[in-house]
Design a protein around this ligand. Structure first.
Ligand code: NAD
Length: 495
């Protein structure tokens, strides 16, 4: 691995961009001050302050919900074609402002600029997809089996929604919720993660420019997530909670939502198995591993967590992967030469290092990495470990960092058993050239998503989501809009 040490000096373009990013809460079509202590947003690649923004209090959260409730009826009856055209304009504006969003995400979150550009594309596709879906919210009509009446089924917007997003994909996690909600006719309060709020603030400015009316989208940035969120979730006027984040927080929010019998969508943590059979195309498997593990510095819910490799090829797989890892260029992601950025905070570095040290004390062998480069910035070297024991924390927990943990198997049954030995079920990756084995693995690995001979599956047209403790509901695809619709059945008697 080589490291770029220089290149963190802020250009005049970046300074101007940061000045353009709004620094207030957005409530009822107005930029307003919060009443909490200001939030300081920093660059994880340098530790330097990017911007200081407003901090919402409980009262500000209540005002944001009031605005969403007040706008709900008129947005719900706004013709679908108009809602669709606003979303489509937002898609077009995002393409025009692509560089701003990519740069801002790299600055506040740390991902390499090429990946940030990829996220603008991915995040934007939810605006385009749901602009297309808004006009296709169809119902059903037919005679009942007794022949005594007509059954009409239609779909209504579920009502005001509270959307909570994480820091790892600051744009895409917002568009994946806001676009289907608006397409369905729902108004929203959005609460981005306190580590990366700037992208959401710039995005809501874009939505306003695209023609989203006052009160339809409200944004509260806060360091008091729990205190501000609890009364919103308890308010009977709220009808839906959509959360992306850790399983621990998701579990607590489900319990809160239960008191109000809220519809919930929960996109939670993962512990993805990455299974490589001896018959796999090893070049494809190594490429897939690089994508599934090192994209976003390993900080993705879909990140490969456990590398389960058939014993006869484990050594060669580890060697070829290590060669590729050693060629990664680590540094501030704003430098186009860099393809491997920092972790989001020093705490994240501490967590990852603790998992690596735990595996080493349990007998794992270090093939590369395992070190913390000198600061500034919260960096951890990309790491490959082999011979990782099944009781290691690396295997049992979501790593959320750039560490490959290789374990081995002999038989298909063993691979399936190891892949499913987790409370999570978001995604699995399988590499094999055997068609029958592919189908068996797709049927047997208990996850909401699978990558067959690929390390990247996300697509706005596909239903994203997990089973078990990885969550409830789906985002994207034909399914995504249903999360924001309720079904209404009417019987019209024949006479
Ligand atoms: P997190 O759970 O700490 O925080 C997520 C969001 O919840 C943030 O906005 C945070 O401010 C807010 N929050 C935290 N505690 C809260 C509370 N008590 N009440 C209300 N809001 C609260 O997660 P994170 O560290 O931001 O993100 C990483 C996690 O997200 C990982 O576990 C990852 O797997 C998961 N994730 C899942 C998906 C998915 O689609 N399944 C996508 C991205 C990330």
């Amino acid at each position: 691995m080589s490291a770029v040490i220089e290149g963190a000096v802020r250009s005049s373009g970046q300074v101007a961009l940061l000045a353009r990013v709004p620094d207030q809460l957005y409530i009822n079509g107005q930029w307003v001050n919060g009443t909490g202590e200001p939030i300081v947003v920093t660059d994880p690649a340098t530790g330097r302050v990017l911007k200081t923004i407003q901090n919402a209090s409980v009262a500000d959260g209540a005002r944001a919900l009031d605005a969403a409730v007040e706008a709900a009826d008129s947005w719900a009856v706004t013709p679908a074609r108009i809602r669709a055209e606003i979303l489509r304009r937002a898609f077009d504006l995002l393409q025009e402002r692509r560089d701003d969003f990519a740069t801002l995400m790299t600055l506040e979150m740390g991902k390499p600029i090429a990946e940030a550009n990829g996220e603008v594309t991915y995040g934007g596709e939810f605006l385009r997809w749901f602009s297309e879906e808004a006009v296709r919210i169809n119902g059903r009509y037919g005679a009942n089996p007794e022949g005594t009446g007509t059954m009409v089924v239609n779909h209504r917007p579920v009502g005001p929604c509270y959307l909570i997003t994480p820091w790892n994909f600051p744009l895409a996690m917002a568009t994946r919720k806001i676009a289907p909600a608006l397409a369905a006719g729902c108004t929203v309060v959005v609460k981005p993660a306190e580590l990366t709020p700037l992208t959401t603030l710039l995005f809501v400015q874009l939505l306003t420019d695209a023609g989203v009316p006052a009160g339809v989208v409200n944004v509260i940035t806060t360091t008091e997530s729990q205190a501000v969120s609890a009364p919103i979730i308890a308010d009977p006027r709220l009808r839906k909670l959509s959360f992306t984040g850790s399983t621990a927080v998701g579990r607590a929010l489900i319990a809160q939502a239960a008191q109000n019998v809220l519809r919930t969508s929960m996109e939670l943590g993962g512990n993805a198995p990455f299974v490589v059979f001896a018959d796999a195309d090893l070049g494809k498997a190594v490429n897939g591993a690089m994508l599934a593990k090192f994209r976003n510095t390993g900080q993705a819910c879909t990140a490969a967590n456990r590398f389960i490799v058939q014993a006869s090829i484990a050594e060669e797989f580890g060697r070829r992967l290590t060669e590729r890892v050693n060629a990664l260029v680590q540094g501030p992601g704003i430098d186009p030469a860099v393809n491997f950025g920092p972790l989001v905070t020093e705490t994240a570095v501490d967590n990852v290092d603790a998992l690596v040290q735990d595996a080493l004390t349990r007998g794992a062998t270090l093939l590369t990495g395992g070190t913390r480069p000198d600061g500034p910035g919260s960096f951890y070297a990309p790491t490959v470990l082999t011979g990782v024991s099944s009781d290691s924390r690396l295997v049992r927990e979501e790593i959320f960092g750039p560490v490959v943990a290789i374990t081995t198997f002999e038989t298909d049954e063993e691979a399936i058993q190891m892949a499913n030995d987790t409370e999570y079920g978001l995604i699995g990756y399988v590499f094999t050239t055997d068609i029958a084995r592919s189908h068996r693995m797709i049927d047997s690995i208990d996850t909401g998503m699978m990558g067959l001979n690929t390390g990247l599956v996300s697509n706005a047209a596909a239903p994203f989501g997990g089973v078990k403790q990885s969550g409830l509901g789906r985002e994207g695809g034909l399914e995504g809009i249903n999360e924001y619709l309720s079904t209404k059945y009417t019987l019209i008697p024949a006479s």
